[in-house]
Design a protein around this ligand. Sequence first.
Ligand code: SF4
Length: 282
Amino acid sequence: MNDPPKHISHSAREILERCAKSYFLKYFTEAPRLQSLWLAGGSAVHEATEVYDLQSVAGIQDGFDLEAAWRVHFELQLEQLREKEPNENAWRRSQSEDIETWRRIGLQFVQEYIDWRERSPWEIWTTPDGEPAIELDISGRLPGCSVEIKAYLDRVFYDPVFKKHWIVDLKTSKRPPKTPDQFRTYGALMEVKYGIRPEHGAAFMNRQGGLSRPVDLGDVTPKEIGAVYGEAWKKVTSGYFPAEGIAKNDCFLCDVQSSCHAKGGPYAQLHDPDHPGYQPPF
Ligand code: SF4
């Protein structure tokens, strides 16, 4: 078993809420993870748009080579995927989106973002330390939670027309986030770190080329959000990790299902203490 986690994050809390066993297998063990083509594609879109925005804040975005940037980052992601799982047939993927399709649509997703950036009056916000808010590390502590909350913001924009700050998260998924939790977490962490409470959050939906419905962050308080993470951390330290995903019909999202005893995973004996013959590898 691994050392227990020392911090939490929005995505870790989301997994914990969905299924405590899934959280345990991911963060306490070396359970093998299913690899996903859609995650690799999404990461490459993030990387290519990051290069564009770094060039844009330096005023050299006209030299941005979209096709080259996309190719380099996507191929690099594929390489990393192959290192983890050489059998491409074992990668999770949407039936209609194989590698070749991703080569095409991923390029479009990056282009959609650039088109939006070019027609939007919004500017990349600069932190009081002079750092452009691109993949910004705002990890920190909130009242009511005893551990650090890790968080990296895709972007913070400043709207010079309405004089407001916007937290923007890039999404290559088909649907926007179901809850405002991610933006509320980031809003609270930004207030603690920079003394600025952003007014709104929204996802940039790369498939649609525009923003999702905005989330109002005006009433978010660090105390309220910290209490939510404090409760989650209590669950982590309770040592009780039931396999809740089956009852919620949520196992299709789980990338450690091959180590889950309740799901009949072939590696459960090595990683899941619920297995009657549990024998951890070391
Ligand atoms: S397979 Fe289902 S029940 Fe098992 S850990 Fe994953 S989500 Fe939980």
